[in-house]
Design a protein around this ligand. Structure first.
Ligand code: GLN
Length: 235
């Protein structure tokens, strides 16, 4: 949890879930990525706060880590949803995303919609909005529950896709593109979900939320946001 030092700076701990490139990943043993650079720049511009460090969790455990004070903010490509807003707060949005259907390179299975996944083995990362779409298919009887494999990390789902253990992965568009570049997979279609990423904060931490929103505005104004976009998304 946060602690206040003598200089009136509140030190905060950020939580993330590597394996979601280029937002957060481990490279040469180091935690790096767009979210890492962005949050660090944002906190530097946020009045009254300094970043003490990063804690790594599985994506599906981040909200609980936040609400139980293990961390003070989440920077993990997390979509702002009404469901999540029942338990946590979010800053203003900092990134837009949709969902992609990822299939094996050269595969004859080329789903064009979520409904096309019927009768096939599908994977996603636990606790994500992609999993939520698959859950909707299961709830409406389009997909058998036994045809869904949940993974703690997206890279494991992509490995199972390459191996032929599953036929498709539902995953955020920007991250899908990174796997297309680095693995034997392609995007067969995108699903327009209109998601927006925000940094997660505790509902009772309006001070931090305001400070981070101020920091976000500052990094957009001073060019850092554009520089980081170029650094992590230039192809
Ligand atoms: N944006 C998606 C979500 O919020 C996936 C995030 C992630 O896997 N890191 O559920």
């Amino acid at each position: 949890g946060s602690t206040t030092s003598g200089t009136q700076q509140t030190r905060i701990v950020a939580g993330t879930a590597p394996g979601f490139q280029p937002f957060e990943m481990i490279q040469d043993g180091e935690l790096v990525g767009f979210d890492i650079d962005l949050l660090e720049a944002v906190v530097e511009q946020a009045d009254g706060y300094t970043l003490q460090g990063w804690e790594q969790y599985e994506f599906g455990s981040l909200i609980q880590a936040l609400t139980t004070d293990k961390i003070d903010t989440i920077a993990a490509g997390m979509t702002i949803t009404e469901k999540r807003k029942e338990s946590i707060g979010f800053t203003n949005p900092y990134w837009d995303a949709n969902q992609a259907l990822l299939v094996r390179e050269g595969s004859s299975f080329q789903p064009q919609s979520l409904e096309d996944l019927a009768g096939h083995k599908v994977g996603a990362q636990s606790g994500t909005t992609g999993e939520g779409l698959i859950q909707d298919l299961i709830d409406e009887g389009t997909l058998a529950e036994s045809n869904y494999n949940a993974y703690p990390k997206y890279p494991l789902a992509v490995s199972d896709l390459e191996n032929g253990n599953i036929d498709a992965v539902v995953i955020d568009t920007p991250v899908a593109e990174t796997f297309v570049d680095s693995r034997d997979v392609v995007v067969s279609a995108t699903v327009d979900t209109g998601e927006q990423y925000g940094f997660g904060v505790r509902q009772n931490d309006g001070d931090l939320e305001s400070a981070l929103n101020g920091g976000l505005e500052a990094v957009r104004d001073n060019g850092t946001y554009a520089d980081l976009t170029k650094k992590w998304f230039a192809s």
